[in-house]
Design a protein around this ligand. Structure first.
Ligand code: NAD
Length: 315
């Protein structure tokens, strides 16, 4: 039987997700949005593209949660994106209310799905989703690390003039300005990155990675990045659906790993058909550990603000 992916939010990322999933014939797609016309229009447009290309999947657009029943994967992009000058944290109040409704819809209609949350501010929204929905934490992840790592990798590849596929890297921590690119865990053609690049150039690339989302928002003026975020979400969904057991940096629930308890934060995890099958604990050097701790502090502080906005999060 074909798999089913429901996309909650049919905006820029939701529409791109639907298109990528159809091109890969990964699953049938339900595109859900409070704006019914947007969901129906995009689903119909992409469905028509499948007959040009000969892809064999079904797409529907809807604003009825019953249509997401029995999804294998649900990807959440419902919410508001940043405008120029805004931080991800500025979205907290409005996106928290949206995620509460979304959590109810998913809990009622697809409680066994693997849920990938993309809505910002990522780490706190994914935490709130888990509390609101009560779904098992192993079946919930946030998408940020795959995107942040792809930005880091792309900038390195441009600087070193080496294809991206020859670079292995990852970015940990919260999805914000305190994210932690990991040069000491980066290899280029199997060699340590430090042997390939001057420190001053690396520092600039790390800074550009941290501000990678803002750079795109500045160009677009309206809306934020959506192609690379959607590609990142698809990689995570595919690893779950096909049981690929890829190690991917995801916002995952930590229960003591990395010395962190009861928080979703970006760490490498193995994604297979059980969801988060393992949290991979890397040895961090002093500098990495300090940066990781700063990032945890920022996520914790924002979660405290979220609790003030909605006392239901205190449970
Ligand atoms: N995690 C990441 O790395 C990352 C990267 C880029 C963007 N984002 C975030 O992803 C989110 C979506 O970005 P986008 O560019 O697709 O935005 P968008 O505005 O294009 O789409 C969001 C959609 O959500 C819909 N929506 C609003 N309330 C809803 C509700 N209650 N139920 C269902 N749908 C609802 C809107 O109608 C809209 O179509 C934003 O919060 C953005 O900041 C995250």
């Amino acid at each position: 039987m074909r798999k089913k992916i429901s996309l909650i939010g049919a905006g820029q990322i939701g529409g791109t997700l639907a298109h990528l999933i159809s091109i890969k014939e990964l699953a049938d797609v339900v595109l859900f949005d409070v704006s019914e016309g947007l969901a129906k229009g995009k689903a119909l447009d992409i469905a028509q593209s499948t007959s040009v290309d000969g892809y064999n999947i079904n797409l529907i657009g809807t604003s009825n949660y019953e249509d997401i029943k029995n999804s294998d994967v649900v990807i959440i992009t419902a919410g508001v994106p940043r405008k120029p000058g805004m931080t991800r944290d500025d979205l907290l109040g409005i996106n928290l209310k949206i995620i509460k409704q979304v959590a109810e819809g998913i809990k009622k209609n697809s409680p066994n799905a693997f849920v990938i949350c993309i809505t910002n501010p990522l780490d706190v929204i994914v935490m709130a989703f888990q509390i609101y929905s009560g779904l098992p934490s192993k079946k919930i992840v946030g998408m940020a690390g795959v995107l942040d790592s792809s930005r880091f990798k792309y900038f390195l590849s441009q600087e070193l003039k080496i294809p991206v596929k020859n670079i292995d890297t990852l970015v940990l921590g919260g999805h914000g300005d305190t994210m932690v690119p990991m040069p000491n865990h980066t290899t280029v053609n199997g060699k340590p990155l430090s042997e390939m690049i001057e420190k001053s150039k690396l520092d600039l690339i790390i800074e550009r990675t941290r501000k990678g989302g803002a750079e795109i928002i500045k160009y677009l003026e309206k809306g934020s990045a959506f192609y690379a975020p959607a590609a990142s979400g698809v990689e995570m969904a595919e690893s779950y659906l096909k049981n690929l057991k890829k190690t991917l940096p995801c916002a995952a629930y930590l229960n003591g790993e990395y010395g962190v308890k009861n928080l979703f934060v970006g760490v490498p995890v193995v994604v297979g058909n059980l969801g988060v099958e393992k949290v991979v604990e890397l040895t961090l050097d002093k500098n990495e550990k300090e940066n990781f701790d700063l990032s945890i502090k920022a996520v914790n502080e924002l979660f405290e603000s979220a609790k003030k906005l909605d006392p239901d999060l205190k449970s």
